[in-house]
Design a binder for this molecule. Sequence first.
Ligand code: PLP
Length: 376
Amino acid sequence: MTDCSNLSDKIDWQAQAVVQSARLHPYIPGKPIEQLLREKGISTAVKLASNENPYGVPPKAVAAMQKAATQAHRYPDGNCSKLRKALATFHQVNENTLVLGNGSNEVLELIIRTFAGAGDDVVFSQRGFIVYALAAQAAGANPVAVAEADGLTHDLQAMAAAVNECTKLVCIANPNNPTGTMHDTASLQAFLDQLPRQVIVLLDEAYYEFVSDILGDTVHVLQHPGLIISRTFSKAYGLAGLRLGYAVMAPEIASLVNRFREPFNVNLLAQEAALAALDDQSWVMQHVQLMNEQRAVLEKALQQRGVLGGVSCGNFVLLKHEAAKELTEWLESRGVIPRPLAPYGMPDVLRISVGLDSENEVFLKTLDAFLVAVAA
Ligand SMILES: Cc1ncc(COP(=O)(O)O)c(C=O)c1O
C-alpha cells in the first residue's frame, strides 16, 4: 500500500486556506460511544452528551425506512415534496415558506450564508448555540456576542441594543443550548418589535417540543417580516442520525435561501422516516413527557447534591462543580459521557443529556462516587 502520510509535509495549508477558515475553530461534538470504549478500554458506555432522544427511533419511522431502503439506488426527491406537504399541513403554512436541510444545522448555516458576508454583523448570545458564531465567521461576517445578564439567559434588551445598521441577522435559540434557558412569546415579541424590519431573526427552536405547552404556536403567534423559525427531527423525534431539520420563513426569504442549498441535501431515508415520525405525534409527545419528567428527577438529584448549574427547559441538565474537568475524566473512565461546557466559557459546568432511567441512575451513582472521593 502506498504511504501518503508525508505527501503534504512541506505545504503550509493554513496559508492556502481563505483567511477566515484559517481562523475558525471546528465544532466539537459529543464524544461517540465507540471512541470512548476504544480510549478507555471499557466494554459499555452511556452517552449523555448530545441531547438525543434516549428512547430510540419511532417504530413507524423504522418501518418506513425499511420499506424505502430498496429504493436507495435512486436519488431522493430534491424538493422533499411529500414531507414538505406534510410539514406545510402540520404548521398550516404554504409549502413555499419551508426550507429543509441535512439537520437544522445545515439550514442555520444556509440562512447565515445567504444574508451575512464581509462587513455584516451577526448578533447572538455569548452562550447561545455555538454554530451561529462558527457560521458567521465562516461566512466572513462579524460575529457579535452579547453577554447574558445572569450568565445563562439571553439578554434580549442588550441584544436589541447591539443591533445597528451593519446587523443582518440576530440568532436566538429558544430554549437555548447549552444553558437550557428560554423566553416566553411575549418577551420575544417585545424584542422583535424593537428591531428594524429588514433584520433577519433566526429563532432556533430545536428544543421546542419540550416547552410547546408554554410557547404555544410560535410560527403563527410571533410577528416580524424577517422572522425565521427552525425546528429539528434530531431531539424529540428521535432521528438525530438521519440529519433532518427545517425552517419556516417568508416565501421571498425561502427562495433566496434555497439558492444556496445542494440539490439533494435531504436523503431518502430521512425524508421517509420524518414523514412517519411527524405522523406519529402520540409517540413523540409521550416520549417528550418522559424526558421532561426525567429532567425534573435529575435536576432534583443535582440540587440535593449541591451541584445544580441552572434550571433547564431542554432534554438536558446542567451540573456545576469546580472540578468539572476532573469529573469529566472520572465519568468517562467509568463509561459515562458528559458534555463539558468549557468551549462555551463555562469551565465548571457539564451538560448532561436526559437518558433512560437506567442510564440516569448509572450517571448519578458515578457522580456520587466522585463526590465522596473529592470530599475524602
Ligand atoms: C439549539 C440547537 N440548534 C440546532 C441544533 C442542530 O441540530 P440538528 O442539526 O441535529 O437539527 C442543535 C443541536 O444540538 C441545537 O442544540
